[in-house]
Design a protein around this ligand. Structure first.
Ligand code: HEC
Length: 116
């Protein structure tokens, strides 16, 4: 369930953009999907940096730096700041998939992450 206020606001904005309903299962499979970012680049996925178990720390694929877990169950500060979430969606979708994510994809990601 998507409950925290900033999260609910984000999800509402995606609905207003015509997206939804959102599915944690779709979010999870998109998380693992390997996509080429274009220009013949190597295929990438969200799990390259964040891992597939979101309750555990990730490791940045380029810099090797640790990334704190994304799961709100172990890291309550996650998904509490709309601007931060949007900023990182923009950056990470571009880096990983070579384009911005759609409102549908972002809603699916959030419903997946929120359950972890
Ligand atoms: C190249 C490494 C990398 C990849 C690949 C990556 N991320 Fe991230 N992501 C980061 C970093 C770095 C941060 C910011 C540091 C932090 O918050 O710990 C971040 C933060 C986030 C946040 C902010 C969460 C919050 O509320 O604090 C979300 C959401 C997110 N990423 C989703 C995604 C999604 C979805 C994908 C796949 C499309 C993805 N990331 C792929 C490195 C990556």
């Amino acid at each position: 369930m998507v409950t925290a206020a900033p999260l609910a606001q984000l999800v509402d904005a995606y609905r207003q953009a015509g997206a939804g309903p959102f599915s944690p299962a779709a979010g999870m499979s998109a998380w693992q999907r390997k996509v080429s970012p274009g220009n013949g680049g190597q295929e990438r996925s969200c799990s390259d940096c964040h891992g597939s178990d979101l309750t555990r720390p990730g490791r940045h694929a380029k810099t090797g730096k640790l990334i704190k877990p994304l799961a709100p169950s172990v890291n309550p500060r996650r998904l509490t700041d709309r601007r931060k979430v949007e900023k990182w969606f923009r950056r990470n979708c571009r880096w990983t998939w070579g384009r911005e994510c759609t409102a549908q994809e972002k809603g699916d990601f959030l419903s997946y992450i929120a359950e972890q």
